[in-house]
Design a protein around this ligand. Structure first.
Ligand code: GN1
Ligand code: MG
Length: 351
């Protein structure tokens, strides 16, 4: 067994440990101890420079939910023998979570009902925290969804990156530069006080939602990137990851599409929870949310490729180029359906 588990007041001597999940950043394992299950995670310190800040945020949120919404299922980490939810072991930081009995998670969105449930859960999380002072949260990853900064990193990579990779990526580079209106729109948003700073999850992929056996959403998990932010981050990342039947890993770009019924599910699920607390300006930028996140992710993958894959790594030659290209195609597919999708938003936003 992993010796790190000795730091918990639980006897794990006969536990079975297996790798778990598909995240790119943290290492995750599932620990089976008889009938009980736990999730063990090693925090990636290159990304989260101050793991104690994550623990601080989770503790703050946990006590707020406990006080104001005790019925909300908030999955807190197991407290280790050192009294903290974080264990330092062999140069790394680890956390352990109880596996919620009767819950399940999915890796791929396969029905609009799942998309609806997930959107409602992410919306509910932000809504319940509407009165929580987001200033109390530490910024675990500074400038995580700062699109202006991501754009300037992209421009810098065009100067400092690998010359051959830059040449080979010229079509993608041109496309992203031509779409820089998406950055200008972001800059308007951050200077507009009608856009509320909200408690934002910042990683709204489907595997971060727990479902019950009947397929109803229970809660959201993986709170490492919960920070003060804008709703466009959460809605946009759902669009980025739920709309297409294939993921960011797909290299047959003809298979990328924007499924309208899944779009409808995100719109209605999120508004079911958030409509009454959103401003008209926020509602009117619901479509923009998808552009914002897909564009940012395309740029992050391409920037990483140009710089030699320092952040995401590459499982095969040109991996991040494929992922960047995939995201650009997704962005194009989304733009093609703008009018139709905007109609769906308008119908739900002001109903
Ligand atoms: C990373 O680790 P994972 O897969 O949940 C990244 C997200 C990206 C995503 C793209 C901390 O998330 O922002 O959208 O990869 N997380 C971090 O797959 O950089
Ligand atoms: Mg994550």
């Amino acid at each position: 067994m992993f010796d790190v588990l000795k730091h918990y007041p639980i006897n794990f001597s006969r536990a079975d440990i297996q790798k778990f999940g598909t995240g790119l950043i943290n290492h995750t394992w599932i620990v089976h101890k008889g009938q009980e299950k736990f999730i063990l995670q090693r925090v990636n310190e290159n990304v989260f420079c101050k793991p104690h800040d994550i623990a601080h945020n989770i503790d703050c949120l946990s006590s707020y939910f406990h006080q104001h919404y005790p019925e909300y299922l908030f999955v807190s980490p197991v407290v280790a023998s050192n009294g903290s939810s974080l264990v330092e072991y062999d140069g790394g930081y680890y956390r352990l979570f109880p596996f919620v009995a009767g819950s399940c998670s999915v890796d791929v969105v396969s029905t609009p009902a799942q998309a609806y449930q997930a959107a409602a859960q992410f919306g509910k999380f932000t809504r319940l925290l509407n009165k929580f002072d987001s200033g109390k949260l530490k910024t675990c990853i500074p400038d995580f969804h700062n699109l202006s900064l991501r754009y300037s990193h992209f421009l810098a990579a065009l100067q400092n990156g690998d010359a051959q990779r830059i040449r080979e990526s010229s079509a993608l580079i041109e496309f992203l530069k031509n779409q820089s209106g998406i950055v200008s729109m972001y800059e308007q948003i951050i200077h507009d006080e009608n856009f509320r700073i909200r408690v934002t999850h910042h990683d709204t992929k489907i595997s971060n939602v727990l479902f019950d056996e009947a397929g109803n959403g229970l809660c959201v998990i993986d709170l490492d990137t919960v920070m003060a932010g804008y709703f466009i981050s959460d809605v946009g990342d759902m669009m980025r990851t739920f709309l297409s039947p294939v993921s960011e890993e797909e290299n047959d770009f003809d298979r990328i599409e924007v499924r309208e019924e899944f779009y409808h599910a995100i719109v209605t699920g999120y508004f079911a929870e958030m409509k009454d607390v959103m401003t008209p300006e926020e509602k009117d930028s619901f479509f923009y949310a998808g552009l914002f996140m897909i564009y940012m992710q395309a740029m992050r993958f391409l920037t990483d490729h140009l710089l030699g894959d320092p952040y995401y790594g590459a499982k095969y030659e040109r991996h991040n180029l494929v992922r960047a290209n995939n995201q650009v195609v997704l962005l194009q597919r989304l733009l093609e359906k703008q009018t139709l999708l905007q109609n769906k938003i308008n119908t739900s936003a002001y109903a």
